[in-house]
Design a protein around this ligand. Structure first.
Ligand SMILES: Cc1cc2nc3c(=O)[nH]c(=O)nc-3n(C[C@H](O)[C@H](O)[C@H](O)COP(=O)(O)OP(=O)(O)OC[C@H]3O[C@@H](n4cnc5c(N)ncnc54)[C@H](O)[C@@H]3O)c2cc1C
Ligand code: FES
Length: 259
């Protein structure tokens, strides 16, 4: 697939939840070909190590623009949060694979933790276009951090009980499945690794197909530095690279390292 690297203009950059921003850029070549689950890398300025670009999922294409959701956590995202409409950012993408949203299932169960919900608006619109039912489980630390825009059929869980279910998103999903009959489900999950490991164990234990979008620190983002390995049952070299073989993997193929 083609990749494009462009210095693109910012058309929106504003807070949408605590420490979380929506960034929109004008990038027609990207919005025309990107698929749900794919990501880009961004270079936010020339002074921060220019070799270390930061990876971000495309949250949704909107006409000639692409929107991203980012959580302000370190140097790069602090610089990004200070950018204004009309400033530019250097973006390379699309990178990685997409969620396997085609296939023989009826209900897509989206399970996101924190900023892991970023790719779900795009995934949701594709699933709805493909006639799938969608139910979305969102986990957040507290009510102010819930990111629910452009998602459907929401079940919210917060660690502190300030919104929705009081507890983890996996316990919330377990409760919900206990009370509802779900036609031919398939799970799509993105979020922090401990949450993904819990979703993996829950889905495999019930024989429910599941895809996980993995997080990893990345240097190059396109398979050169070998810096994003994950243990993989079927890869020729026993591991796969999150940036090129993923970030989306079948849950049964992945072994998470024990902490
Ligand atoms: C495929 C992929 C898609 C991503 N999509 C998004 C997204 O849509 N929105 C979003 O906010 N973030 C996303 N991330 C995570 C994002 O890349 C990091 O949060 C970002 O690089 C932090 O940059 P920084 O310069 O602000 O932080 P740094 O100063 O580089 O690091 C701050 C802290 O964050 C940790 N960190 C850095 N990168 C990662 C990482 N990739 N995963 C876990 N911890 C990390 C560091 O260890 C450190 O503790 C994604 C990561 C991957 C691999
Ligand atoms: S980030 Fe360099 S190989 Fe994956």
């Amino acid at each position: 697939m083609n990749k494009f690297q462009r210095e693109v203009a910012i058309t929106r950059n504003e807070p949408v939840a605590r420490d979380t921003y929506a960034l929109r850029v004008h990038f027609p070549e990207l919005s025309a070909i990107v698929e749900p689950g794919q990501f880009v890398t961004m270079r936010v300025n020339d002074t921060l190590n220019p070799l270390l670009r930061r990876p971000y999922s495309v949250s949704r294409p909107i006409g000639d623009e692409c929107e991203f959701l980012y959580y302000v956590i370190g140097k790069g995202t602090r610089i990004l949060a200070r950018k204004r409409v009309g400033d530019t950012v250097n973006i390379l993408g699309p990178l990685g694979n997409s969620f396997g949203f085609n296939g023989d299932y009826e209900t897509a169960v989206l399970v996101g933790g924190g900023i892991g919900v970023a790719p779900f608006p795009f995934l949701t619109s594709r699933l709805v276009d493909h006639g799938k039912k969608v139910v979305t489980f969102l986990g957040a630390r507290t009510a102010e951090m819930v990111l629910s825009d452009n998602l459907v059929n929401l079940q919210v869980a917060t660690d502190d009980g300030t919104a929705g279910f009081h507890g983890t998103v996996v316990d919330c999903m377990d409760d919900w499945f206990g009370a509802h009959s779900v036609a031919k489900p398939k799970i799509f999950s993105c979020g922090p690794t401990p949450m993904l490991a819990a979703v993996q164990s829950w889905s495999l234990g019930r024989g429910i197909p599941c895809e996980l979008s993995l997080e990893s620190e990345m240097a190059c983002g396109f398979g050169i530095c070998q810096g994003c390995p994950v243990e993989h049952r079927h890869a020729e070299r026993t591991y796969a690279l999150v940036c090129t073989d993923g970030p989306c993997f079948n849950a049964e193929d992945i072994t998470f390292k024990r902490p």
